[in-house]
Write a protein that binds this ligand. Structure first.
Ligand code: PDD
Length: 281
């Protein structure tokens, strides 16, 4: 595979980043994952806008313009012949001469920019969507700025491991009795004709897929309520699902061992998945 590092396209085994890179030592980096369908980037503009916001919130310099970023994305998709898959992008605060808590001067320490592709044939036709996934709930122990897409992913990673250990596929995070989101996705339930998902704040990542799916849901005459909800409320719902750039709309059929509806993917969730896949490509 050909990857991109700081201005160069290289075979992945020749790509290098310093051991003093701030992301390696301090998780001082932000990222985006953009999906690719039919060789085309899905929702690139949304991801670019969110990336700029993450950079601004952390006072991190931009490595290049968003137009240049689009070019690099397209070039990598082309070189690696990606029909279905993802592009991973990471920007870090660069590699100063030594480890130091104080941010380095951006004049002397430029940001690090890394991109690589992930080939995932069958991403759109993922058979898991016809089966749905099982989730468990766990305490949300992440930091307080989850609206910034940082590479500080240890707790979400631990959450997936807790889910695996419990025989489930993923975890929903709960804070002060209310669901925030999934480990790497936004969380929803449907009751009747109403979709419920937590409102936007610093507590969750502002999902690009979330914005699109809620727009499509409203266009399909569904009601959308952006508010806090509990695990018990989601367990008593007709349907549940998650969204992200890598899963699109994925039905949830079990929460903490309780079946949602009939315990099979809900018709609205599957319809939203179809609409999302149709409309965004
Ligand atoms: N995760 N919430 C969290 C905590 C996430 O990490 C993600 C994305 C989302 C969904 O955002 P979007 O719809 O923009 O992908 C919500 C990516 C896919 C990842 O970490 O791989």
């Amino acid at each position: 595979r050909t990857v991109y590092v700081n201005g160069e396209y290289l075979p992945e085994n020749e790509a290098k980043v310093s051991i003093f890179d701030r992301a390696f030592l301090m998780a001082d980096g932000v990222y985006e994952v953009t999906s690719v369908l039919d060789g085309k980037l899905i929702d690139f503009d949304g991801h670019a806008v969110r990336l700029q916001r993450s950079l601004d919130e952390l006072d991190m310099p931009s490595p290049c313009t968003m137009d240049e970023l689009l070019e690099i994305h397209r070039e990598l998709v082309k070189i690696n012949e990606i029909e279905e898959g993802m592009v991973y992008l990471q920007v870090t605060r660069g590699a100063p001469d030594d480890r130091d808590f104080v941010f380095p001067d951006p004049e002397t320490t430029p940001p690090t920019l890394v991109l690589f592709t992930q080939n995932k044939p069958g991403l759109a036709d993922n058979p898991v969507a016809q089966k749905g996934i099982k989730v468990i709930s766990i305490d949300d122990q992440r930091w307080g700025r989850r609206d910034i897409k940082t590479v500080q992913l240890l707790y979400p990673s631990m959450g997936k491991m807790m889910a695996k250990k419990a025989g489930a596929d993923d975890a929903w995070l709960v804070e002060d009795g209310f669901v925030t989101e999934g480990t790497s996705n936004n969380a929803y339930f449907i009751k009747g004709n109403t979709i419920v998902t937590r409102g936007l704040s610093n507590d969750i990542l502002h999902g690009i897929t979330r914005a699109a799916v809620l727009r499509f849901a409203r266009e399909a005459q569904m009601q959308v309520e952006e508010r806090n909800f509990t695990i018990a409320e989601a367990q008593a719902a007709d349907e549940a699902f998650i969204t992200s750039a890598s899963t699109f709309v994925m039905p949830v059929v079990e929460i903490d061992g309780a079946k949602i509806g009939a315990g099979v993917p809900g018709s609205n969730a599957l319809r939203l998945r179809e609409i999302y896949l149709d409309e965004s490509r």
